[in-house]
Structure formats: structure tokens, C-alpha cells
Design a binder for this molecule. Structure first.
Ligand SMILES: [Zn+2]
Length: 401
């Protein structure tokens, strides 16, 4: 069977990582095509003005939702009385349709198309390892040292299992070999299915021809848990200035490198606040990550200082955690095959607040240098004023005497 799936949806999820300079520049995602379905109006869907405060709303946790579960349980009290005791799915659909009205039109169409696209994959693709999709068993996924640090949840516990070979780049052992094997096999199985059915899938980013967006094929809940319970506690300690403690959405995917896959990855920044990059396997040479300092939008193309140069060689099972704005790229994988699991963690609150700021000296190295320079100049100006001030005083005194 063949699918002609929706490739039209503008994948803002995988809005690329911003490519830097001209090195392997990532092409921009094409805009929405003309002739897209007009937005539905749902005139029949209304809420009450006053909430039914006696009503006990359903629990919407653990569902694959576009909005926070709390929004649904809070909104439920405003449903028309005849809906209050309907099945949860009925209420959910009703409220989703209302909420979507408030989305910008393009975004709403994108969401809807993407949901259909996901649904097509989920209902047709035969899963190999159900364990990857259902309830996560941390002891099967993670090495004991990592779990111990997460359970202790202190900076010292995290530091005990981590190296920080260059400021803001943390490396540590994370995944169990068995988990890596399962994920490798699942992705191979998925690629085989894509090939056989000629399903046109959206690759995880515009800079890749291979790889798979794990969220699209059903691992969204598992990856959400990975972010919330494992990455956010660490980011809270090491990346608070970029919203590390309030990460609230993610884009999870695998990238496949090798002679018959993607070879390398150009110099870029990620569309994330915090990025987790874990090598899953298998055997390979090359493929080193190269890092070149953290930069805001305005400074993304400024030169690298010698102390910012850092290269990292992947080890299967081991993770690298860094700010999304830490400029980096991947050298060519020269032999064998390499697969990496990436989790781009984002904070909507941080993104909103960033719109109103100009000075990012708490994380952009160039903003920090500029700020220091401004401070140095203003101190120098004050010193100069004092010197000339005293000289004038001295001069006046002279003339009086
Ligand atoms: Zn800056």
C-alpha cells in the first residue's frame, strides 16, 4: 500500500535550527500551500459565562493533547450542562475546537494537518517494541548512576555523574545498552515500513534527509516524560537563565549518519532552550560534535573566541546536554553508522519574555562582552571626569592664591 501523506503542513516543530554562515545552510521550511481548508467556525460550540463550581472535572493528564491538561479540567466547568456528564473524549473534542478558534489561522491549519499526519502513521505502522511507547520503565531505560542522581536531585548529585569539559556543555552516561538496541531496531523497522509503503514522511529537521521524528510515530508521551522528569530537573540547576526550570514542550527525534545516510551536519543553533543529544549506536568513525560558543540571534554570526572551541567524540549510551543557542555542528561520519537521539526542550514563557529583551548577557557570550565593555567605558569616563574635575578645582585654587 502507498500513502500520499500530508507534506504540506508547515512543520514549525522542526523549524530548523538556524543555520550559521553558509556551511550546509538549512533550507527554510516552505510556507503553507494555497488552497488549504478554511478554518471551521464551530458556531454551535459555546461555553457558559459562569462556571458550574459544583462540578468535578475529569482528569486530562497523560493524554496526547495540544494544550495543557490543566486548561481542559479548568475549562470543563464552563461547558453547557448537557455536556458535563458526557464521556471525556466528547468533552475534550468540544473544548479543543473552542480553544483552536483562538489560534492564528495558519497555526490552526498546521496543527490540524499535522494531527492527521500523525494519526495516519499511528494507525498504519506496526510497532516493534511496545515498551518504547507505553509507560516508561526508567530502570530499563537508564543506567543506575543516572537514575541515582535524578532521585537525589541536587546539584552535587548531578555534578558527581557529569563532566563539564567546556563551560555549559555537560556530558554523562545515560542510556542502557538494551534501550539503545531497542531504539535502533525500532527506527530500522520504521525506515523499512516507510520504504515499503512509500509513505512520505517529514524528516525531523530541514537539514536532514534521514532520521525520524519520534513524536510523529507515537513516542510523544514517553519523550514528554523524559523531558519533565529527567531533563528539566538538571536544566533547572544548570540552565536557569534560559528557562531551564520551566521547559514545557519538546521536539524529539533521531538522526542517522553514515555513508548511506546523512553524512554531517552544518554549523547551526537549535530551535530549543536546552538540547539533549545522546548517541544510540552503532559502530562508527568520525561524527564528532564541534561547539563554538553561545550566541543570541543578533550575535549568531560573530567570531569564535579560542576558549570557545570544543570538540566532542560520541560514545554510545552517553549524553551531551547544552543550551540550544550553543553553536555547533557534526563532522562527517566517515565509516559505519551512527544514530543519535535528540530532544529539543523549549520554554514558551522564556520565548515570550525574550521578545521584550535586548540584553542577553546572562547567556550570550557576545552580549556579555559588550556589557563588560560598556561598564569599562563608563568607569573610565567617571575616572576621567574626576581627574579633569580635580584639575579644574586645582586650577581655580591656583588662581585664587
Ligand atoms: Zn548577544
Amino acid at each position: 500500500m502507498a500513502f500520499d501523506s500530508a507534506r504540506t503542513s508547515e512543520a514549525s516543530d522542526r523549524r530548523p535550527e538556524q543555520a550559521i554562515g553558509h556551511a550546509n545552510g538549512g533550507a527554510l521550511v516552505p510556507g503553507l500551500k494555497n488552497g488549504a481548508t478554511p478554518p471551521p467556525t464551530y458556531l454551535t460550540h459555546r461555553l457558559r459565562l459562569n462556571p458550574n463550581s459544583d462540578h468535578r472535572p475529569d482528569n486530562y493528564e497523560g493524554l496526547d493533547l495540544e494544550f495543557s491538561p490543566l486548561i481542559f479540567s479548568s475549562l470543563e466547568r464552563y461547558l453547557p450542562p448537557n455536556l458535563l456528564h458526557q464521556a471525556r473524549d466528547v468533552k475534550l473534542n468540544y473544548m479543543s475546537e473552542i480553544l483552536l478558534r483562538y489560534y492564528p489561522e495558519n497555526e490552526r491549519i498546521r496543527l490540524q494537518k499535522h494531527r492527521e499526519y500523525r494519526q495516519k502513521i499511528i494507525s498504519n505502522y506496526q510497532r516493534l517494541h511496545l515498551e518504547l511507547y507505553n509507560n516508561m520503565h526508567p530502570t530499563n531505560f537508564f543506567v543506575p548512576s543516572f537514575l541515582k542522581a535524578i532521585n537525589e536531585n541536587t546539584e552535587q548529585a548531578f555534578r558527581n555523574i557529569m563532566s563539564e569539559p567546556s563551560p555549559g556543555i555537560f556530558t554523562f552516561e545515560m542510556l542502557q545498552p538494551r534501550f539503545c538496541e531497542m531504539l535502533l531496531a525500532e527506527v530500522e523497522n520504521f525506515e523499512k515500513w516507510v520504504h515499503e509503503t512509500k509513505f512520505r514522511i517529514m524528516r525531523p529537521s530541514t537539514m536532514n534527509k534521514y532520521g525520524a521524528a519520534l513524536d510523529d510515530f507515537g513516542m510523544r508521551k514517553m519523550l514528554e516524560k523524559l523531558m519533565e522528569d529527567f531533563i528539566r530537573p538538571i536544566s533547572k540547576v544548570f540552565f536557569p537563565e534560559v528557562g531551564g526550570s520551566i521547559l514545557d514542550s519538546h521536539h524529539g527525534f533521531v538522526l542517522e549518519y553514515g555513508i548511506d545516510r546523512d553524512v554531517d551536519m552544518g554549523f547551526h543553533v537549535d530551535d530549543s532552550e536546552v538540547s539533549l543529544n545522546v548517541c544510540v549506536g552503532k559502530q562508527f568513525s568520525g561524527g564528532e560534535l564541534f561547539f563554538r560558543g553561545v550566541r543570541c540571534d543578533e550575535h549568531v554570526n560573530t567570531e569564535t573566541k579560542p576558549e570557545e572551541v570544543f570538540d566532542y567524540s560520541h560514545v554510545p549510551g552517553s549524553a551531551v546536554l547544552h543550551r540550544g543557542r550553543h553553536r555547533h555542528g557534526a563532522r562527517a561520519t566517515t565509516a559505519g553508522n551512527r544514530m543519535n537521539l535528540l530532544l529539543w526542550c523549549r520554554s514558551s514563557v522564556f520565548r515570550e519574555s525574550r521578545k521584550y529583551q535586548k540584553d542577553f548577557s546572562s547567556w550570550c557570550a557576545e552580549c556579555k562582552r559588550e556589557k563588560k565593555e560598556r561598564q569599562r567605558q563608563s568607569v573610565a569616563a567617571i575616572d576621567m571626569k574626576e581627574i579633569t574635575g580635580h584639575a579644574e578645582e586645582g586650577g581655580a585654587n591656583c588662581s585664587l592664591s
